[in-house]
Ligand binder design. Structure first.
Ligand SMILES: Cc1ncc(COP(=O)(O)O)c(C=O)c1O
Length: 358
């Protein structure tokens, strides 16, 4: 079967160099060579996340470290701020782990005003809060700078961010913003195959975790940290070593492109897709909250997304229908990872052609 170029919001396209890195012959996960690999990757990720905090890795997709984050950060009660499906996932994780938690969910397509966050935190009920940066189901992006102003007022609250569909495509200055835990997955803006996740971990989050009695096992963030410190950048179980080789090489590619250039490329692609969506359909999220990595488009013409994708498939292209309850009402175009403006132009041109929009 010929490969269809992916414009779905993860997994994204993987560059042939990265696929080749995945096929590097294995090394042992308890040797110096592995330690050097994880240390090297850590330093590169720290640079891209603008942080000096440790980088925790997990041989799981991002949901795993989301579980670890909320579980290891809550002693009193967590507040989950949700702008869609993945916000709700934090809450489901909390419930599944018996973590006391409340959820504030906004109407889908709307963003989360920082005043709402302030209101909840000011009750003093919470010691952990979770936020989704780019909500892949609704195409809503939260303004982290605005949120940071609020979080600074509540030093007792450990602030966890789901940056699964934004890290590597949008600038997130972890230390400047004061984010305690920022979780991301390999298969989105980082442009790797799925199966690896990583998180930044602040000293405040570490201290909190020390007070949590049941941190679980596989996603015990303190155990991940302990293996980094005591075993010189190793992982408690067997790491997905192919992903580490791939991330090492991908971080070099990102460095070569330049982080700022990478973020601008994402901005330019987002603006182009949003412009097209406004002219042909309508944006699903409120304008001011439109994500810079994935655009969720209202299916105002009532086209069959399945049929559209079938036609796009003949041209070896693929986009995504809406998520969950938005399946028929919306469709989504991802502009993240290693996708270039020329790819976006080709996709939008193909849709225009198939639907006779021009
Ligand atoms: C915003 C967001 N959060 C969390 C997840 C879950 O990540 P993973 O599939 O890597 O577990 C996704 C996956 O699509 C996502 O888009």
């Amino acid at each position: 079967m010929p490969h269809k170029r992916l414009f779905i919001p993860g997994p994204t396209e993987v560059h042939p160099d990265i696929l080749a890195a995945m096929a590097t012959p294995m090394i042992g996960h308890r040797g110096a060579e592995y330690s050097e690999l994880q240390k090297r990757v850590t330093e590169k990720v720290q640079k891209l996340a603008y942080t000096s905090n440790p980088i925790l890795f997990s041989a799981s997709s991002g949901s795993g470290l989301m579980e670890g984050a909320i579980r290891c950060s809550t002693v009193k009660r967590a507040i989950v701020f949700s702008v869609g499906t993945f916000g709700n996932r934090w809450f489901e994780i909390a419930q599944g782990n018996g973590i006391p938690a409340d959820k504030h969910e906004v109407e889908w397509g709307k963003g989360l005003p920082s005043e709402v966050v302030d209101e909840h935190l000011s009750t003093g009920k919470y010691d952990c809060a979770t936020l989704t940066h780019s909500e892949t189901s609704t195409g809503v992006m939260s303004d982290l700078e605005e949120m940071a102003v609020v979080f600074r007022k509540y030093p007792e609250v450990v602030w966890c961010i789901d940056a699964v569909s934004s890290f590597g495509g949008v600038k997130i200055e972890v230390d400047k913003l004061g984010i305690d835990i920022m979780v991301t997955s390999s298969q989105k803006c980082l442009g790797l195959p799925p199966g690896l996740s990583l998180a930044t971990f602040s000293p405040k989050a570490e201290k909190r975790a020390q007070g949590v009695r049941n941190r679980g096992y596989y996603f015990d963030l303190l155990q991940l940290l302990q293996f980094i410190r005591e075993k010189n950048f190793q992982y408690p179980s067997t790491m997905t070593i192919p992903h580490m080789f791939a991330l090492d090489r991908q971080m070099n590619r990102i460095e070569k492109e330049g982080a700022e250039a990478r973020f601008s490329r994402h901005d330019v692609m987002a603006a182009a897709v949003q412009r097209w969506a406004r002219a042909r359909f309508a944006l699903y999220p409120d304008e001011q909250y439109a994500s810079r990595t994935v655009t969720c488009i209202k299916n105002t013409r009532g086209v069959s997304i399945a049929d559209l994708n079938k036609e796009l498939g003949k041209r070896n292209l693929m986009l995504s229908n809406g998520y969950g309850k938005l399946k028929e009402q919306t469709f989504r175009i991802a502009h993240m990872g290693d996708v270039q403006m020329s790819d976006i132009e080709e996709l939008l041109g193909a849709i225009d052609d198939i639907l006779k929009l021009k």
